[in-house]
Ligand binder design. Structure first.
Ligand code: GLC
Length: 482
């Protein structure tokens, strides 16, 4: 049996702010259980819903030194079984309180330094000896660092290897070196540009990338892109240097959680065969709920996204006046930067019949939008993998994407001569190019509805489940374990 531990800062169904949570929650279930014992460890946030927290089983607790802090800190361990996977929760109310997992950066830096160190302190106590600790994003970045320093000669970890997976290179966990020295007690020689130092500060993700035995990211294209200056976020040199220990494995989605055939959140369930009629019914019901004119012939294009710079929202800003013509309804759902929230509220005010801005996030409501919409717009500036386009295809909503990262790897552009493709795409980060491809999509929708339905059907019947990717992770684990 190979023991694998996922270390992450969020994980469905317990806590989610982004796609990382979907991956950390869905992927562990997908491994061959006869060969891999995959467990997950995340913080025990007080904002995890009570229905879970009340059922967490207390295992034990102890106290741990943390950097130069005068008092040692409490480390509690809770356990919970969910869908055949063992989850551990690192307990410390001082660090993991509040109504969301992340808050002020300085404070987040400290709490995930604590988390990373606590993970390594916990495993010997519960006697789970991983062959691989699979670390996700900067919040787990110090695990490989502590492993190769503090625990370098520790018998318990003599066989343990680490993998650092980058879900988004933009977020790195950067703060000043003195603070990191205080929090970690790592020696001075670690804070040099070949190790933790990054433009005179210290960088947790970089530490993970330097010290992990292997680095992965969530699509092939993104693995290539991040080795270039444009996408490299200042770390492209390091990624080029480690290019022999770097690969991309594209994400899948949880085919049980996202299944239009038995989705309890949507108005009318459907399959690829019954899609056409049922999606129209879903559309009418959503239009009604949103107070939009009820008309199934409107082209409904949606955006389901964190409202951040990464997502290409300035391209939408520049063109929404022209996207939202009299045949079109534009529906957005998500939260994020205020300027984008205001932008969409403004357009809703300007075009109440054509634009619906839903500035909140609700999983159930998102499912309704996937089921109701004809198309899903994902014009990202960069996109490590992107899950929206995968979910959209599963629901027969045709993705319109920019060809970057995972969007490029998962959406095959429609080819009207060969009758192939699962969506529409444009190459350059340019608003007019995006508008052109949206208009081309509308043209197919209105003038060749049969072709449109075939595109949607190809998306619905393609396999974007975790199956293929889980096998690739298994191969990678085997190779690293040796
Ligand atoms: C991040 C990325 C997204 C990716 C997700 C899961 O949220 O921005 O592209 O799909 O992580 O890997």
């Amino acid at each position: 049996m190979k023991n694998i531990l996922f270390a992450a800062s969020e994980c469905v169904p317990f806590i989610k702010t982004g796609g990382l949570a979907d991956v950390a929650g869905a992927l562990p279930k997908m491994f061959n259980k006869d060969e891999y014992d995959v467990r997950v460890i995340i913080p025990n946030y007080t904002c995890i819903p009570e229905k879970y927290r009340n059922n967490f089983k207390y295992i034990t607790h102890f106290y741990m030194e943390l950097g130069s802090r005068f008092d040692s800190v409490h480390v509690g361990i809770m356990e919970y079984q969910h869908e055949g996977v063992t989850f551990y929760f690192v307990d410390n109310e001082f660090y993991f309180n509040g109504d969301k997992p992340y808050a002020d950066t300085r404070y987040d830096i400290e709490k995930f330094t604590f988390f990373s160190k606590a993970v390594l302190a916990i495993l010997p106590v519960i006697n789970f000896r991983p062959d691989i600790i699979h670390c996700h994003d900067w919040q787990a970045g110090l695990i490989p660092v502590f492993m190769k320093t503090l625990y370098a000669n520790n018998e318990f970890y003599s066989r343990t290897k680490t993998i650092m997976t980058i879900h988004n290179l933009r977020f790195q966990g950067v703060w000043d070196i003195d603070t990191f020295k205080y929090l970690t007690s790592l020696p001075d020689y670690m804070f040099t540009p070949d190790k933790l130092e990054f433009k005179e500060d210290a960088n947790m993700l970089k530490g993970g990338m330097v010290y992990a035995d292997y680095i992965t990211t969530v699509s092939d294209t993104y693995a290539g892109e991040i080795q270039t200056e444009y996408y490299g976020e200042g770390l492209d040199g390091l990624l080029r240097a480690r290019n022999q220990s770097l690969c991309g494995i594209v994400n899948g989605i949880d085919y049980d959680a996202y299944n239009p055939q038995n989705d309890k959140d949507i108005y009318k369930t459907y399959t690829a065969r019954t899609m056409k009629k049922s999606k129209a019914a879903n559309k009418r019901a959503l239009q009604e709920e949103l107070g939009l004119p009820v008309d199934e012939n409107k082209f409904m294009i949606a955006v389901i996204s964190r409202l951040t710079d990464q997502k290409g929202l300035d391209l939408i800003d520049a063109t929404l006046d022209r996207i939202a013509d009299e045949h079109t309804q534009f529906v957005v759902i998500g939260t994020g930067e205020e300027r984008y929230e205001n932008l969409f509220k403004h357009f809703e005010w300007k075009y109440p019949e054509r634009v619906s801005a839903n500035i909140f996030f609700s999983e159930a409501f998102a499912h309704k939008v996937y089921a109701a919409s004809d198309a899903m717009l994902v014009p990202s500036r960069f996109e490590p993998c992107g899950l929206t386009q995968l979910i959209a295809m599963r629901y027969g909503s045709v993705p319109v994407v920019r060809e970057t990262g995972g969007l490029k790897d998962t959406v095959a552009p429609y080819n009207e001569y060969e009758g192939t493709g699962t969506g529409f795409s444009f190459t350059n980060y340019n608003a007019e190019d995006m508008l052109n491809v949206i208009n081309y999509a509308k043209h197919i929708y209105y003038d060749d509805r049969k072709a449109w339905d075939e595109i949607a059907k190809r998306g619905m019947t393609a396999d974007y489940s975790w199956n293929t990717s889980a096998r690739r992770y298994e191969q990678l684990y085997d190779m690293i374990i040796g």
